[in-house]
Design a protein around this ligand. Sequence first.
Ligand SMILES: *Cc1c(COP(=O)(O)O)cnc(C)c1O
Length: 362
Amino acid sequence: MSDRIHNFNAGPGVLPEPVLKQAQQDIWNIAGSGIGIMEHSHRGKVFDRVIQEAEQEARTLGNIPANYKVLFVQGGATQQFAMVPMNLLPKGRTADYLITGVWAQKAFKEAKMFGSVHAALSGEASNFSEIPPASAIAYSASPAYVHLTTNNTIYGTQWRTEPPVPAGVPLVADTSSDMFSRPIDVSRYGLIYAGAQKNLGPSGVVLVIVRDDLAEMGPKDVPTMLQYRVYAAERSLHNTPPTFGIYMMGQVFKWIRETGGLDAMAKRNEEKANLLYTYLDQSSFFRGTAHAGSRSLMNVCFRGPTEELESKFCTEATKAGFEGLKGHRSVGGMRASIYNACPKASVEALVGFMAEFAKKNG
Ligand SMILES: *Cc1c(COP(=O)(O)O)cnc(C)c1O
């Protein structure tokens, strides 16, 4: 589409064009109701179908077992940093955190407000440029749960597989920046959460997948809107939910299914990431910052020869129609976020632009 540019924003990020087109129609008039999606009652028939479909599409995509609830929560992934320990960390117990980046650190710090926490792994020594080996994990005696961040959006690293956890201990995952970008075995987790704005939809809604027993275990004296059991019992409809966000998530899930599901999505994401990493590996101008074995397929972080040239690159890239390539303010450099909806053509165009820039400025 000629009036859209190449979008490498880290979040909110690019959404699938067919979904945006459908949403344009449904904002005006959904399902022949004469009313747009945002104007429907959350208790009405039309929205009831929307939320049921969103849940069903998520269940199909993730092959989610029947003993897990699919919830739609507000407050962003950041609110989950608090909700997880408020519900899953009983008094006197310790929660273990695998610290592989900024978001993991934030989750850890937030959990400290609610109980005892233990950093079972830290990538700080390598400045978070890699996921340390599982052999470096030192769990506490009997953790209430283990928390990890599957994809480190800011440093561009990603867990390849789940780490080993002590038998019977629930694994809790912040999958905000790689949810449904590859197959996921939900049964290996106790709770999975993902803020929508990277891979799943607009900001303002979080997908939570939680095992039934964990949804029910929290104390009953935490605020109503922060208890998983309330969302589970009332199908995320205790109060007015983010109806448009839930609609969009459902449409994105459907788009993933219709384009081949998670296996096909993973294959496309690998192809896109390989284009960039292969270019970076042979470039004498740019260099990737993440260790090869820990590279993220979602966020590709790289540096140029000097900060001056990096800033020139970002300025010229913006002029040439490549948006969002500046690295996170805490690490500098560049970052190309190539989420599910980022077309391969955008990545090809970026590699071409990088090669040309390197030739002119090298
Ligand atoms: C973006 C992000 C967050 C924060 O999400 P909010 O919805 O802004 O709270 C948390 N974790 C990860 C891994 C992220 O990428």
